[in-house]
Design a protein around this ligand. Structure first.
Ligand code: SF4
Length: 384
């Protein structure tokens, strides 16, 4: 499970303790907290970071009924230690080329950098990990033509297509609270526990809807948890996972179909065809189509992690082939992937284009909180 940190937060006696917090302990009432949003993934859980003497001490849940409710995953809760790292730059500066010492600091560094780029052609590479404000300001500084979002080509085109799908599809884009209400779920090619842990928790909740349905028929209240679990035993709402690898939701899946990425896309298309009453000889797809058709509140999930446009398109085809309004959720890789795609409206100048310019008519390149080594082969970024 990815949520044991929640136990620490709700423990009234102190039996469960938070090791990272204890290591640099502060009294809880001495912490200064402010409302914020987790940047650990694209879900956007609401958090309350607590600070003391300029150091981030802990992250607590901030209740938002439609998003995280009472739960934060451990990546969000415990994954911010880097904020206090001594290696992290928390001021402006200019390093000497031959060593890691800073030659210029603070205001002087800002003025020096401004003088360097004044009157020159400057290109900028943004980042889906940086704030939208920082990306926007960089784009304003260098001009839209010389700004690239900082995605790789393939990632940029996938994310741009997801942005477009979400604007045009007739399926609804559900909140996490709405996903908890799904009574049949199809996941196409996404290990959702890795890409959106809080969504995975909602799906674990959703598969219990069958138990709540049985309980209602027997006149049991949902809060009588032990009785509801005893009644349902192993009966769960259907969760069908079609994936190229094992996922951490497999233990609650009603059906697990293992396929290569191209075949996952074909499987989705076959399900959509079966839903539309077209011929298909894929018996598993026909069976899945029937489960989705019989459900009152079906949910289709896919995402960008396979970098496969066909998989995403097939999930949209399934959601749109269902006769009723269907929930469609597409997972994205980083906190601001979608926002940045919307900002540049389709990916912006492609990285290769900006990098080629950098080697030629561009005389300076500004990179915003982006690790280019993660996004392109060395051959691409060495031309800078
Ligand atoms: S699910 Fe994502 S946004 Fe929510 S706490 Fe975990 S890492 Fe942060």
């Amino acid at each position: 499970m990815n949520f044991p940190g929640t136990l620490v937060e709700v423990c009234p006696t102190g039996v469960f303790t938070d090791k990272p917090f204890l290591k640099h302990y502060s009294r809880k009432w001495d912490l200064q907290s402010a409302p914020s949003i987790c940047s650990g993934c694209a879900v956007g859980c609401n958090i309350a970071p607590g600070e003391r003497y300029g150091k981030l001490k802990r992250i607590h849940n901030r209740y938002n009924n439609e998003v995280n409710g009472y739960f934060l995953c451990d990546r969000g809760r415990f994954g911010s230690g880097y904020v206090n790292s001594d290696a992290r730059l928390d001021y402006a500066g200019i390093r000497k080329p031959d060593d890691s010492f800073f030659a210029v600091h603070q205001r002087q560094a800002i003025d020096t950098a401004a003088n360097w780029i004044k009157g020159k052609k400057v290109a900028g590479i943004g980042s889906p990990r940086a704030s939208l404000e920082a990306n926007y300001l960089l784009r304003e500084l260098v001009g839209a033509d010389n700004f690239c979002a900082g995605f790789s080509d393939v990632e940029g085109s996938i994310i741009a297509s997801i942005a477009k799908i979400l604007q045009t599809t007739k399926a609804s884009n559900p909140s996490i609270k709405q996903m908890e209400g799904a009574d049949a779920i199809l996941i196409l090619g996404e290990d959702i526990t890795s890409t959106a842990p809080r969504v995975a928790l909602a799906l674990r909740q959703a598969v219990r809807n069958k138990a709540f349905e049985l309980a209602e028929q027997m006149g049991l209240h949902a809060w009588q948890d032990a009785a509801v679990r005893n009644l349902a035993q192993d009966q769960r709402s259907p969760l069908i996972i079609v994936s190229a690898m094992d996922t951490r939701l497999d233990d609650v899946a009603s059906q697990r179909i293992s396929l290569a990425p191209d075949d996952i896309a074909d499987f989705g298309v076959a399900v959509a065809q079966a839903l539309l009453g077209k011929d298909t000889d894929n018996t598993e797809a026909i069976q899945v189509a029937k489960i989705l058709k019989d459900a009152k509140n079906p949910l289709i999930i896919s995402g960008s992690s396979m970098l496969h446009q066909g998989v995403i398109n097939s999930s949209v085809a399934v959601a749109e082939a269902l006769p009723k309004q269907t929930m469609l959720s597409l997972a994205l890789p980083e906190a601001n992937s979608l926002g940045l795609a919307l900002l540049v409206d389709g990916g912006g100048a492609k990285p290769k284009r900006v990098w080629r310019k950098s080697a030629g008519d561009i005389s300076a390149l500004i990179i915003l909180e982006n690790d280019l080594g993660r996004r392109a082969s060395e051959g691409h970024w060495r031309v800078c």
